[in-house]
Design a protein around this ligand. Structure first.
Ligand code: SAM
Length: 471
């Protein structure tokens, strides 16, 4: 029944295979020779299968955990250096016809104000985001074929790319909307989107159906097979994610890795990113009613194990998480974070921090300038780079850049020049001071002399007013 190459959800995410993986992991949780073998394999940076990784997840030996954390930190450093890519979510509409029981936008929620941005409002939100320094957005919307049809989403994308306020620009729009048709994915591709993101929420079919009792999202197979349709529609960067707290984390972890293995087996390229959301308090939603909540310790272990299991996949954490958890997980593999996020529709242009249409509570409420400075003070380079997809380095072309180790001659200088733009256009004097010192130091970490010289030239030109250089 289990077949990673199958196009049927129940076959590439086989329930029996997950249960048998969990039993195998339990049987072998203290099988030290096997664990040693798996750790040695992970060290080669070629990834782990869902079975191997599940054994490590089941093991509770503190020494093994220490080794996993050290390896995750090493692999992160090797493939992503010390860069952290920045983005912000933009909520377009909270109209939704689904009944997702963990989400305040569910149709039955009669007291949450419903709002959908007009194109004028989209433009205003984008200007507010540009004025903070953002270059990369993830657009979010509920599922509602009448209020938010694909044409509306496409129009919003067009508006977002068209706004050029002062030196600002949104250079990459990622899209997080409900599962749709191949034809609609093709339209999104033609509109120039970056990654198509869709959280699986849970890989457990029965729980999935209970958690999504009504609306089109109820259809487990349609939702689970969405990434295949997206790839058939020409989108080759897709982002996976599980909403931790809904189901047993070990089940989700095995399912997530099986999904990645399926994409690799069928399309020759794994997921571009994996997001790590945990369920949060929200209007009409009490996270304590979901009995699979996970501690910070387990969350960290999951991050580290995903890092070593799929070394070429970027990992994303949002402002659902606190500064402390973000700090810790960035050491263990997270490569992309959001900053200064508002999870309400129209949230960036309201004077008071609005919460009435919010999707979930935001734990990290600092400004983008504060987040950027904090990253640098912790040794990370905040990167506003969007070069890869604009240069056509998507899907397997991005993966081969990653695998060839050329990232340090490409992503690293791109991070420095986009950070320089941020410092010139949006940063406070203290952040400018910290940032310029970091750029001066990090220039030395560009291996190729020629690339270093060109980067210096670009930095100089940015100081003189030019913008938007890239390797
Ligand atoms: N509506 C789209 C869909 O169905 O996929 C995607 C947009 S939705 C705004 C983005 C994600 O927010 C969902 O996939 C879900 O995982 C997450 N989410 C919903 N309610 C949440 C809550 N209470 N706490 C944390 N995350 C939540």
């Amino acid at each position: 029944m289990y077949n990673p190459k199958s196009m049927k959800a129940e076959e590439f995410i086989s329930h029996e295979e997950i249960e048998s993986t969990l039993a195998y992991a339990d049987e072998n949780r203290d099988n030290m020779p096997l664990i040693r073998e798996i750790l040695d394999k992970a060290k080669e940076c070629k990834g782990l299968s869902h079975r191997e990784a599940s054994v490590l997840l089941a093991n509770e030996d503190p020494e093994v955990l220490k080794e996993i954390y050290a390896m995750a930190a090493d692999i992160k450093k090797k493939f992503y250096g010390n860069r952290i890519v920045m983005f912000a979510p933009l909520y377009l509409s909270n109209y939704c016809v689904n009944g997702c029981v963990y989400c305040p936008y569910h149709r039955q929620n009669g007291h949450i104000p419903r709002k959908k941005l007009t194109q004028e409002e989209v433009a205003k939100e984008v200007i507010a985001l540009q004025d903070m320094g953002h270059k990369r957005l993830a657009i979010e919307a509920g599922e509602d074929p009448v209020n938010n049809p694909i044409e509306y989403i496409l129009e919003c994308i067009k508006t977002i790319y068209s706004i050029k306020h002062k030196n600002g620009a949104i250079r990459r729009v990622n899209v997080n909307i409900a599962a749709t048709t191949v034809e609609n994915y093709r339209k999104l591709k033609e509109a120039g989107i970056g990654t198509y993101i869709l959280f699986q929420e849970t890989y457990h079919k029965e729980s999935y159906e209970q958690l999504h009792p009504t609306g089109p999202k109820h259809n487990y197979a349609y939702h689970t097979e969405a990434m295949d349709r997206a790839m058939q529609g020409g989108i080759d960067d897709v982002g996976l994610g599980v909403l931790y707290g809904l189901e047993r984390y070990r089940y989700e972890f095995a399912g997530l890795l099986m999904h990645a293995e399926h994409l690799e087996a069928v399309h020759g390229v794994g997921p571009h990113t994996i997001s790590m959301p945990r369920i949060k308090r929200a209007d009409d939603i009490d996270p304590d009613t979901f009995d699979n909540g996970i501690s910070d310790e387990i969350f960290e272990k999951l991050c580290a194990l995903i890092r070593i299991s799929v070394p070429y996949t970027g990992m994303i954490i949002s402002t659902r998480e606190s500064q402390k958890v973000r700090e810790r997980t960035m050491q263990l593999g997270i490569s992309q974070i959001s900053g200064a996020s508002r999870t309400s529709v129209g949230g960036y242009t309201e004077a008071e921090r609005p919460t009435d249409t919010e999707q979930f509570d935001v734990s990290d409420q600092r400004t983008l300038d504060e987040v950027v400075r904090w990253l640098m003070e912790n040794g990370h380079i905040p990167s506003f780079c969007t070069a890869c997809y604009r240069e056509g380095r998507t899907g397997d072309r991005f993966m081969s850049l990653c695998k060839s180790g050329q990232i340090q001659n490409c992503c690293h200088p791109n991070a420095l020049i986009t950070l320089k733009e941020f410092l010139m256009d949006y940063a406070t004097p203290e952040t400018v001071r910290v940032g310029n010192a970091m750029i001066a130091k990090e220039l030395n970490n560009i291996p190729k002399e020629k690339v270093r010289a060109v980067t210096e030239q670009y930095l100089h030109e940015i100081e003189n007013g030019a913008r938007d250089f890239r390797f």
